[in-house]
Write a protein that binds this ligand. Structure first.
Ligand code: PBG
Length: 331
C-alpha cells in the first residue's frame, strides 16, 4: 500500500500533549465558576448534606472562612442559599425581607469583609415558605402576581445588603422586569440580575431540597418550572428576560440540557450561565465512591462539556475541588 494514500490525518493533531493543547478548542478556568453555598443560622455550625458528599451547610462565621479559602484558590463568585428552620417559615415568606434575619445579616457581613467577591443571592419563596413552593399559594394554586410583590420586597432587601447580583430562581412570569423596576426606582441600578431563564421541572434537584429542607409540601413545580420536553419555550423565556432587563440568562439543570445551553448561546446576546445542579454532583460522587467512575476525571469532563455547549459561566458544587486541582497542576 502506498505510504501516502491518506493525505488527511486528524491524528497528527493529537500526537503529543503540546499539540493537543495548541488545538484545544474549549478550556475551563476557575474564573468561569460560581460556587453555591448553603448558609445556616448561628455560630460555629457545620453539617454535611448527606446526598452531597463534601458539601456543607455553614454558619456565617464558617462561611466567611470558606469564602476566604475559595478566593485564595481563584474562585471569585458565590451564590448563597439559606437553610431556614421550619419555625421561621410561613405562607408569605416574611423572613425573606426581614433585615434582621440571619441570611440578610450574613450577606452584609460577607460583602463587608470581601468587597472584591461577587456575591449572588437567590430570589424565590421556597426556603422561607411553609408550602415549600417558590410562589405564594392560594386555594392550592401558585399565584403569579401576588408572588411578584413578595419577590420584589425580597429583592430590595437583598440589594440593600450590598450584594452584586440577584438570582431569581422562581420562574414567575414578569419577575425580572418587576424586580428591575423596584431596584432602579430605589437607586440600585448597579445591582445585576442573573435570571433563571430556562429552569426545568427536574428530578435532579432533590439533593438541594435535602440541603435546604425545602421540598414542596404538596404537588410539584410543573405549573411554573418548564417541561423538560420543550426547546422553543426556552427561546421565548430568553426573549422575555432580555427585554425585561436581565444581565445573565441561566439554563438549569445543565447536563441533560446541553442543547438548550447551545440554543440560547446562539440566539441571545447576553452571557449564558448554566447550573450544574445538586443531582448532577450527587451522581458523580456516588459512582466515584463505589469505584465505578474516576470522579476527578468525570468532574473535569462534565464542566468542559457544559462550557463547550456554550456556557460562559457555570454554577457548580465542584468549584472548590476543581480550583484545587487547577492550582495543584499549575505548581
Ligand atoms: C428553588 C431552587 C432550586 C434550586 C435552586 N433554587 C430547587 C427547586 O427549584 O426546587 C436547585 C439547585 C440544585 O439542585 O442544585 N428556588
Amino acid at each position: 500500500m502506498a505510504a501516502n494514500f491518506l493525505t488527511k490525518r486528524p491524528r497528527r493533531n493529537r500526537k503529543s500533549e503540546a499539540i493537543r493543547a495548541m488545538v484545544q478548542e474549549t478550556w475551563v478556568s476557575t474564573r468561569d465558576l460560581i460556587f453555591p453555598l448553603f448558609l445556616l443560622e448561628g455560630r460555629n455550625q457545620q453539617t454535611e448534606v448527606s446526598s452531597m458528599p463534601g458539601i456543607y451547610r455553614l454558619s456565617a462565621d464558617r462561611m466567611l472562612k470558606e469564602i476566604e479559602a475559595c478566593l485564595k484558590l481563584g474562585i471569585q463568585a458565590f451564590d448563597i442559599f439559606p437553610a431556614v428552620e421550619d419555625q421561621y417559615k410561613d405562607k408569605t415568606a416574611t423572613r425573606s425581607y426581614d433585615p434582621d434575619f440571619f441570611y440578610l445579616k450574613a450577606l452584609r457581613e460577607i460583602k463587608k469583609q470581601f468587597p472584591e467577591a461577587c456575591v449572588i443571592t437567590d430570589v424565590a419563596m421556597d426556603p422561607y415558605s411553609s408550602d415549600g413552593h417558590d410562589g405564594f399559594v392560594k386555594d392550592g394554586k401558585i399565584v403569579n402576581d401576588e408572588t411578584l410583590e413578595i419577590l420584589g420586597r425580597m429583592a430590595l432587601a437583598q440589594a440593600e445588603t450590598g450584594v452584586d447580583m440577584l438570582g431569581p430562581s422562581d420562574m414567575m412570569d414578569g419577575r425580572v422586569g418587576y424586580i428591575r423596576n423596584i431596584l432602579d426606582s430605589n437607586g440600585f441600578t448597579e445591582v445585576s440580575i442573573m435570571s433563571y431563564t430556562a429552569k426545568y421541572a427536574s428530578g435532579f434537584y432533590n439533593p438541594f431540597r435535602d440541603a435546604l429542607d425545602s421540598a414542596p409540601k404538596f404537588g410539584d413545580k410543573k405549573t411554573y418550572q418548564m417541561n423538560p420536553a420543550n426547546r422553543t419555550e426556552a427561546l421565548r423565556e430568553a426573549e422575555l428576560d432580555t427585554e425585561e432587563g436581565a444581565d445573565f440568562l441561566m439554563v438549569k439543570p445543565a447536563l441533560a440540557y446541553l442543547d438548550i445551553i447551545r440554543l440560547l448561546k446562539d440566539n441571545a446576546t447576553l452571557p449564558i450561565a448554566a447550573y450544574n445542579v445538586s443531582g448532577e454532583y450527587a451522581m458523580v460522587k456516588a459512582a466515584a465512591e463505589k469505584g465505578w467512575l474516576d470522579g476527578d476525571r468525570v468532574m473535569k469532563e462534565t464542566l468542559l462539556s457544559i462550557k463547550r455547549a456554550g456556557a460562559d459561566v457555570i454554577l457548580t458544587y465542584f468549584a472548590k475541588e476543581f480550583a484545587a486541582t487547577q492550582q495543584a497542576e499549575s505548581i
